[in-house]
Design a protein around this ligand. Structure first.
Ligand code: NDP
Length: 249
């Protein structure tokens, strides 16, 4: 899906690997200039090379999204460098799984900080530019954990569920300015994040899925491509579970 305006600038956090990398490649293939963000430059430079080899445009912005002031400054920097920011995809995320009875305050707060607070900071900073443009697409990557819960993920489910409430509030605040805010909630996707799940867990998940396969990063990128496109201008405040029919909610 190629938008009519080739100048659109998209920021993708967590673009060094997994789902964020696939989103970045897809948005670049769809004609956006993609700003690639995660903690270290090396892997981002490799993603940029892939995009450029395919004829697309990208730049690298190394930043720890868990550092709110550094993140706000980095997003401001992107806006001043390009003169605009059309799409933000808040995808960077971590897990610190464990049963709640044994979960430390630190593991709870770290997950909230990286998975939720960072999205607030990015959206708040981007909103100023998007309001001036009277156009914006905010896409927050949630999880089915935040929709139906998951044992061992009280921290992660809280963060991802918070993302849904925050996105609905922002959708109501910013809708009048042509800005849409949606959540894409993946189910089980084959990335580093799920690589260490044992076969028993994977098989149990597969049994509960209508499509009987784990998702790919490209499955998620396809959904983000639509939600962030110009033509998705009547879709806001939604949570779309891209999960192979795991939750069906
Ligand atoms: P990966 O672990 O494969 O990749 C995580 C990405 O986030 C990396 O690019 C990493 O970059 C970046 N990142 C992590 N911490 C930070 C930080 N503090 N600052 C900047 N970047 C950071 O995860 P996935 O691709 O699997 O997940 C992507 C998103 O999708 C996450 O939000 C996750 O919660 C969500 N999700 C994933 C599911 C799955 O099954 N895989 C299911 C449901 C949701 P680097 O380490 O280079 O900084």
């Amino acid at each position: 899906m190629t938008d009519s305006n080739p100048q659109r600038v998209a920021l993708v956090t967590g673009a060094s690997r997994g789902i964020g990398r696939a989103i970045a490649l897809r948005l670049a293939a769809d004609g956006r200039h993609v700003v690639l963000m995660s903690r270290s430059e090396g892997p981002l430079t490799e993603v940029r090379s892939l995009i450029e080899e395919a004829g697309g445009h990208a730049s690298v912005c190394a930043c720890d999204v868990g550092d709110a002031s550094a993140l706000a400054a980095a997003v401001e920097g992107v806006i001043s460098e390009h003169g605009r920011l059309d799409v933000v995809v808040n995808n960077a995320g971590i897990t610190r799984d464990g049963l709640a009875l044994r979960m430390s305050d630190e593991d709870f707060l770290d997950v909230l900080n990286v998975n939720l607070m960072s999205c607030f900071v990015t959206c708040r900073t981007a909103a100023r530019a998007m309001m001036k443009q009277k156009f914006g697409r905010m896409v927050n990557i949630g999880s089915t954990s935040g929709v139906v819960g998951n044992a061992g993920q009280a921290n992660y489910a809280a963060a991802k569920s918070g993302l849904i409430g925050m996105s609905k509030a922002l959708a109501r605040e910013l809708g009048g300015k042509g800005i849409t805010v949606n959540v894409i909630a993946p189910g089980f996707i084959e990335t580093d994040m799920t690589a260490n799940l044992g076969d028993a867990v994977k098989n149990k998940v597969l049994e509960g899925m209508a499509l009987r396969r784990l998702g790919t990063p490209e499955d998620i990128a396809a959904a983000v491509a639509y939600v962030s496109s110009d033509e998705a201008g009547f879709l806001t405040g939604q949570t779309i579970c891209v999960d192979g029919g795991l939750t069906m909610c």
